[in-house]
Design a protein around this ligand. Structure first.
Ligand code: AHR
Length: 500
C-alpha cells in the first residue's frame, strides 16, 4: 500500500489548544480511592494523594481534569464532602451502586489539581438538584466576598478563591440511565437558567451545556438543537461523549472509529450553527468533547454491583488495553486536533484505573496502559497551529463505515520554531503502508524523531508485570530528502514524525 500526504504551513485550521489534552476523574470504582487518593500508599503526600500517579499524569501531559462525574454527579451533594473528614456522611451512590465515603471532596480535589498542576473543570448536579445548589457550589469555590459559602471555604482552610473557570452544566442528561434524566426541553431550560444565574455571580465562566452521550442516541441532533435554542446566549460550549470498542472481531471497523468522531463533531457544529442562524446570534458555540476513549462496555469489567452489595471503590470499568486500542486512541486525538477550530476542550475518560491510561495497585505499583503512549507523545509535541492536510490514500472496506482511507493523519506547525510534527495511523489490518509526505517549505528542516507504536500482535496488552515490552520505538525507515519525507508504517500502527 502507498499513500501520499501534503503538509503546507499556510493551511491553518486553528491553534493547538492545551485544553484538548484534558482528562477526567469521577467518583467511580477506583479512580479516586486507591487511584489518585490513597493515604496509606508510600508515595502519598500529607493530603493522601499518590505522587507516583501525579508523576505519570505529568508524563501523560494532562492539562485539565473534569470532576466529580460523570453519572456520579447527577446524585451528588457536594456539601457532604467538605469540612472535618470524620463528620462527613457516607451515602449510597446510585449511579454505580456503590457507597461513597466522601473522603475526597472539592477542597481535596483542588489541592490535588494544584499539586498536579492541572486546571479543574467542575461539573454541577442538574439531575437531582438545580440552580440554587449550583450557585452555592460556585460561591463556595470562587466567592471572594464576605458571604456564607465563601466563608465556609475559608473556614475549611482555603483563603484564596479557587477561580474555577470551566463548568459543566450537568452530565449526559439525554441518557435514560442518568439520575434525573430530562427531555431536551426540560434540560435546555434548566441549563439556560443555571448558566444565567452562574454568570450573574461570575460573568467570566466558560459554561458547557450537555450534548449527546453518543452519536447513536435516538435524540442525537434534535437534542443539541433544542438545548441550544433554549440556552444559546448563556453557554459557551456544548459537550460530546463517545466511547468505541472492537465488536465481534471486526478490527477494521474499530480502527475506523474516528470516522464516527468526525461525523459527531461536524454534525454538532452544523446544528449549533443552524441555531445560531435561526436565533440571529453572533457568537459561535464550541464543542467540549469531555468524554472520549475506548471502553468495552459489554465486558464483565463494566458490570455494576447489584442487590445488597454497595461496595466502596469496587473494581469497575478496569479495561485492559491492547495495541489496537492505543492506535484508535491516537487516531481519535488526530480527529480532535483536526477539529481544533470547533473543539475547544476535550477529556480522555478517565485518568486512573477506570477506563484509564494509568493503572494502580492498592499499596503498590502504578503503570502505563498502551493508550498512554500516543496521548503522551501528542500532548508533548503538538505545538503551535494545526494544519489541514491533503491525503491521498487507498481505502479499506469496513462493515460499519464502508470504504475508509487506510491512513489518517494530522500535522502541527509551530510558527515560533518552524517545527512540524506529523501524527499518522495506518489502519490497514494486514499490510505495511509506504507513506510519502510532501512537506512544503521544509527544506531546512531535519527529521529529529520518528517513532511508531505497533506490534506483530495488535491484541498485545500491557500488564502491571509487563508494561513495557511494547513501547513507541524508533522507526528507522523514516527519511527526509529536501521536502519529501518517507516512512513505512506497519499495519495497525500509530506514528509521530518530527521535523525541526
Ligand atoms: O466515564 C464513564 C461514564 O460514561 C460516565 O460516568 C458517564 O458520563 C458516561 O456514560
Amino acid at each position: 500500500l502507498t499513500a501520499s500526504v501534503t503538509v503546507d504551513p499556510a493551511f491553518v485550521v486553528g491553534p493547538v489548544r492545551p485544553r484538548t489534552f484534558g482528562s477526567f476523574v469521577e467518583h467511580l470504582g477506583r479512580c479516586v480511592y486507591t487511584g489518585i487518593f490513597e493515604p496509606e500508599h508510600p508515595s502519598a503526600d500529607a493530603d493522601g494523594f499518590r505522587h507516583d500517579v501525579i508523576d505519570l499524569l505529568r508524563e501523560l501531559g494532562v492539562t485539565t481534569v473534569r470532576y466529580p462525574g460523570g453519572n456520579f454527579v447527577s446524585g451528588y451533594r457536594w456539601e457532604d464532602a467538605i469540612g472535618p473528614v470524620d463528620e462527613r456522611p457516607r451515602r449510597p451512590e446510585l449511579a454505580w451502586h456503590s457507597t461513597e465515603p466522601n473522603l475526597v471532596g472539592v477542597d481535596e480535589f483542588i489541592r490535588w489539581c494544584r499539586s498536579a498542576d492541572v486546571e479543574p473543570m467542575m461539573a454541577v448536579n442538574l439531575g437531582t438538584r438545580g440552580v440554587q445548589e449550583a450557585l452555592d457550589l460556585l460561591e463556595y469555590c470562587n466567592g471572594a466576598g464576605d458571604t456564607h459559602f465563601a466563608n465556609l471555604r475559608r473556614a475549611n482552610g482555603s483563603d484564596e478563591p479557587y477561580d474555577i473557570k470551566m463548568w459543566c452544566l450537568g452530565n449526559e442528561m439525554d441518557g435514560p440511565w442518568q439520575i434525573g434524566h430530562k427531555t431536551a426541553e426540560e434540560y435546555g431550560r434548566i441549563a439556560a437558567e443555571t448558566a444565567r444565574a452562574m454568570r450573574m455571580m461570575d460573568p467570566d465562566l466558560v459554561l458547557v451545556a450537555c450534548g449527546s452521550s453518543k452519536s447513536a442516541m435516538p435524540t442525537f441532533g434534535d437534542w443539541e438543537r433544542v438545548v441550544l435554542t433554549e440556552s444559546y446566549e448563556h453557554v459557551d460550549m456544548v459537550s460530546a461523549h463517545a466511547y468505541y470498542y472492537e465488536e465481534d472481531g471486526d478490527l477494521a471497523s474499530f480502527l475506523a472509529s474516528s470516522i464516527d468522531m468526525d461525523h459527531f463533531i461536524d454534525s454538532v457544529a452544523a446544528t449549533a450553527d443552524a441555531v445560531r442562524a435561526s436565533g440571529k446570534h453572533s457568537k459561535r458555540i464550541a464543542i467540549s468533547f469531555d468524554e472520549w476513549n475506548v471502553w468495552y462496555q459489554k465486558r464483565a469489567e463494566s458490570k455494576v454491583p447489584e442487590g445488597d452489595d454497595w461496595p466502596v471503590a469496587p473494581v469497575l470499568l478496569e479495561d485492559k488495553y491492547n495495541v489496537a486500542d492505543a492506535v484508535v486512541v491516537g487516531n481519535l486525538l488526530i480527529s480532535l486536533l483536526r477539529h481544533t477550530d470547533r473543539v475547544h476542550s476535550a477529556s480522555l475518560a478517565q485518568l486512573v484505573n477506570v477506563i484509564a491510561p494509568i493503572m494502580t495497585e492498592p499499596g503498590g505499583r502504578s503503570w502505563r496502559q498502551t493508550i498512554f503512549h500516543p496521548f503522551a507523545l501528542t500532548a508533548r509535541h503538538a505545538a503551535g497551529e494545526v494544519l489541514r492536510l491533503a491525503i491521498d490514500a487507498p481505502t479499506q472496506e469496513t462493515a460499519k463505515f464502508g470504504a475508509v482511507p487506510v491512513i489518517d493523519a494530522v500535522a502541527t506547525h509551530d510558527p515560533a520554531s518552524g517545527d512540524i510534527v506529523v501524527f499518522a495511523v495506518n489502519r490497514a489490518t494486514g499490510e505495511d503502508l509506504e507513506l510519502a509526505v510532501d512537506v512544503r517549505g521544509a527544506s531546512d528542516l531535519q527529521l529529529v524523531e520518528a517513532v511508531t507504536f505497533a506490534h506483530s500482535d495488535p491484541m498485545w496488552q500491557a500488564t502491571a508485570d509487563d508494561p513495557d515490552t511494547v513501547l513507541p520505538r524508533a522507526n528507522d525507515s523514516a527519511t527526509i530528502t529536501g521536502e519529501r519525507l518517507t516512512a513505512v508504517l506497519p499495519p495497525v500502527s500509530w506514528s509521530m514524525l518530527r521535523l525541526a
